[in-house]
Write a protein that binds this ligand. Structure first.
Ligand code: IMP
Length: 176
């Protein structure tokens, strides 16, 4: 596989994460503590940077879902791999996602969380592949719209590779 080419530079990612954090801090100001729920594994770096820049009280929880069995092969179904450790009843929840592709994962997650009676549920995604969307899902805070390419870096992988890159890059999946 060739090296990733830069799609969104480190500086642009950092600037946008700062803007999202400022927007979220403004919107939640005075509402008490928010619960950030990050979707593993891909959102871990985005969550780390975003949460450090928020000016509102927050707690951090993790969930893991899987819709891709290996590499970039789409299996269709969404699976809950790791659940929350605590109740979110009555809490203001902000789901932090790395990428929204078809929208299936985020849709599944929101529906699941709503059954647990939080005070509110909003969504924050770093990138979205706009043309790929199959399921209607509202993203309240969006970093970037990107074309239909396979992206890596800033937490995102291709077959567990490239997660630690500071920028968002594009790779050509093998066999494509
Ligand atoms: P969705 O359910 O189709 O929206 O897919 C969301 C999940 O697919 C993400 O959480 C990622 O794990 C994975 N995914 C989709 N596109 C990419 C990509 O370009 N790079 C890395 N992971 C991706």
């Amino acid at each position: 596989m060739s090296d990733p080419t830069v799609l969104i530079s480190e500086a642009d990612v950092q600037r946008r994460v700062g803007e999202l954090a400022a927007e979220i801090s403004r919107d939640y100001d005075g509402m008490g503590e928010i619960t950030l729920i990050a979707v593993l594994k891909g959102a871990f770096i985005f969550l780390a940077d975003l949460s450090r820049r928020l000016a509102v009280p927050r707690r951090i929880e993790f969930m893991a879902l899987s819709s891709y069995e290996d590499g970039s092969t789409h299996s269709g179904a969404v699976r809950l791999v790791m659940d929350l450790r605590e109740s979110i009843e009555g809490r203001h929840v902000l789901v932090v996602e790395d990428i929204v592709d078809t929208g299936r994962t985020l849709h599944y997650l929101i529906e699941l969380l709503r059954t647990r009676e939080p005070a509110s549920v909003r969504t924050c995604a770093l990138v979205r592949k706009k043309d790929r969307h199959e399921v209607e899902v509202a993203i309240d805070y969006l970093g970037f719209d990107i074309p239909d390419v396979w992206v890596v870096g800033y937490g995102l992988d291709y077959d567990e590779q490239h997660r630690a890159l500071p920028y968002i890059g594009v790779v050509e999946p093998e066999g494509a």
